[in-house]
Design a protein around this ligand. Sequence first.
Ligand code: DQQ
Length: 544
Amino acid sequence: TQVDDKLRTGFHFQPPKHWINDPNGVMQYKGAYHLFYQYNPKSAVWGNIVWAHAVSKDLVNWEILEPAIYPTASFDENGCWSGSATILPDGKPVIMYTGIDADGRQVQNVAYPKDLSDPYLREWVKPEYNPVIAPDAGVNATAFRDPTTAWRGPDGVWRLVIGTKDNHRGIAALYRSRDFVHWAPARRALHSGDTGMWECPDFYPVTDGNGNTRHVLKVSLDLTRYEYYTFGEYDHGSDTYAPDATLPDGDGGLRYDYGDFYASKTFLDTGKNRRVLWGWANESDSVADDVRKGWAGVQAIPRKLWLAPDGSQLMQWPVAEIESLRVGGSHVNVTDRMVHGNGGRGVNYFEVTGLATPAQADVEATFQVMDLDKAEVFDDAAWRGADAQTVCAARGADDKGGVGPFGLWVLASDELKERTAVFFRVFKRDDGKKHVVLMCNDPSRSSYGKGLYKPTFAGFVDVDIAANGKIPLRTLIDHSVVESFGGHGKTAILSRVYPTKAIGDKARLFVFNNGESDVKVTNLNAYDMGSAKIRTETETGSDY
Ligand code: DQQ
């Protein structure tokens, strides 16, 4: 296959060619991180799915090994779909994944490392007793997949969750086992919701500010291709999960990422005592373009994930290791620079100059709104209960406002006709006693290319803007990925864009303000990013 590398990423995980989707079986074992992922070894479209395998010591540089799990038996001959790894009490890992069997049914199989002394854990063995969980009568055999990492209760019994559905009802089905071989359904599902098939569930504990354990349940909605999470109380004795009543439970709820981010999965990084989140970002150009490029799909930067100290939501931040790619010496700083309000006229902006590679950069900025009184009234009549995306679609980056839109134009071309806007816009409610902060990624002008899917993505940011007017933003720019974090990790948005001119060293970076209020960039640091080493074993010898 010919590979078009113009828009390939420099530090987001991608194999050299072909299609990838969900991260699978992510884990840390004896000092190495393992990332498996859904992969088509033959082409840049979904199909022929195997578990590809890569290892890393730092979550940044990867050595790609031969696929670990691929169809070999009647229990997976039509595909090896998503699943998870569990570290057993004796320290050995086990993988459970969904096999598409000879009859097209979705069944769950286990696989164990063939040789634990191989630090790469290259080869995996599937016991003959597979499948360990088959769809019983009453279970939809074509919607029964993606087992989670298992956990063991105080009673010594293993539990895990499988995504399924009953008509329109998405279900997190709970299964139990004493030996990881014999599994039986629990009497009740862990949870369910009226939102269609639940793919790739994830269920794990987090600790709140008072040291109490809460549990997070995340599901990926097949119908909308968005993910939602809740957290609440899990009772080991009765195996019940009750999300906090204050959280919307369903497809209007909290999300890890308000953009292109799907089929995500976390793992506990015991060495660093953190939980790390992986998610897949699909292409948003056409299938024909994917085939022409010879590649499709990337993994988002792995993110550290934790519960906000006030217990209201999860927080995320790119793992610190990614900062090792910041190229020393070429860091650009802007301090206390005002971008004046437009006074109803044109948009004001300035260029952030001095980066060698603005198409491959890490930008951290803090914006300060100088006049919050200029905030427009949040249109309750039109937007009450609306999600941020609806509001942002109505008020994009080119729609002049009171406070904002202001933020970054990234991957901008010389004549500024190609540019992707990452911005904030602030509204007021209740006579200005409350504010609503919107964060958006607007790619509508991102490319001269035709036939691209260019959705505006948006989320609300729960920052106390009235305190000092400040909103922090971090944006990772990586050729065809724009991955942004607002409010120090409160709101994340990943977009895929396909500029035709703003590529390589032709890309530029700007700060803009299209609102009436002045906005001060109190501080902006931009870093050129080096490229991660992502190599196949044959390229590197065997030294990752
Ligand atoms: N992708 C896998 C499935 C999963 C879906 C197949 C989610 O196991 O439900 O490649 O993207």
